[in-house]
Design a protein around this ligand. Structure first.
Ligand code: NAP
Length: 251
């Protein structure tokens, strides 16, 4: 299943900054006719509105509030491409301190994505089928111990993505899982890795949507995960541990 962006109506969560904002820009570059740019604070969407005028509609959306997600889905019932981008990484410690930050990672990353999927999959299907894009992480394929509970939450997003794909394939829904490595956004500001630009990642994501791919590894580090992912989860775990041991030995 593939979805051409030209002429489509799309909705992006967390589109006020980072990868979400770059996806809105990339959607317009490919000829999307309208984008619902959503964010917790609509004032933060002003630059997008200034650039794209009435082709962009700024809407308040906190993905952790299922009632609000439902209301927005009723209001944007012509959406054909929906991007579950909103996410948090709180750097929670597995063994020490309060578990609140870890719970919030699940609240936004997993439950927020599920809220959006529950409200918007029927909308996309009622518009003739289209694409649901879920942003997981390479940390969703193998746990990265520097952000262990974030990885847990993104593994849940990966599993959710597989589940929705299997459940809705026959109805014509394209479900794309995105597995980025480090991307140069506020979220990764403290990571000392080479980072891809949000614009290049957004471009790779939309290439995959248009090509009919089920998974996207949208940056140089993530691309190293594609082959072991195809080979199997244990191969991937071993390959990642070897990569991290190699990096530690070099440091
Ligand atoms: N950057 C990376 O290295 C990297 C790697 C792998 C995966 N990812 C994933 O890529 C996605 C985008 O991240 P990013 O790098 O662009 O990070 P970012 O710059 O920190 O942006 C995160 C976005 O999510 C929004 N958000 C947070 N909680 C929300 C909520 N409850 N409801 C709605 N929006 C909410 C933020 O809005 P506010 O401005 O209101 O906080 C912001 O727009 C995330 O899912 C992230 O996990 C990022």
């Amino acid at each position: 299943m593939k979805t051409t962006i030209e002429g489509k109506i799309a909705l992006v969560t967390g589109s006020n900054r980072g990868i979400g904002r770059a996806i809105v820009e990339a959607l317009f570059e490919r000829g999307a006719s309208k984008v619902y740019a959503t964010a917790r604070d609509t004032a933060a969407l002003a630059p997008l509105v200034e650039t794209y005028g009435n082709r962009v509609e700024a809407l308040a959306l906190d993905v952790t509030d299922p009632d609000q997600v439902n209301r927005i889905a009723e209001q944007t019932n012509d959406a054909q491409v929906v991007v579950n981008n909103a996410g948090v990484a709180n750097g929670a410690n597995l063994f020490e301190g309060d578990l609140g930050p870890s719970r919030q990672e699940f609240e936004v990353n997993y439950w927020g994505s599920l809220n959006v999927a529950r409200s918007f999959v029927p909308v996309i299907l009622s518009n003739g089928g289209g694409a649901l894009v879920n942003i997981s992480s390479v940390g969703g394929l193998v746990n990265f111990p520097m952000f262990p509970t974030y990885s847990d939450s993104k593994a849940a997003v990966h599993s959710l993505t597989q589940g929705i794909r299997q459940l809705k394939k026959a109805e014509g829904l394209q479900v794309v899982g995105v597995y980025p490595g480090p991307v140069d956004t506020d979220m990764a500001a403290d990571f000392d890795f080479e980072k891809a630009s949000p614009a290049s990642v957004a471009g790779e994501i939309l290439d995959a949507v248009e090509a009919g791919a089920e998974e996207v590894f949208p940056d140089p580090m993530a691309k190293g995960f594609a082959e072991p992912y195809e080979a199997g989860a244990k191969t991937l775990e071993r390959a990642t541990i070897a990569m991290m041991e190699g990096a530690a030995a070099e440091a």
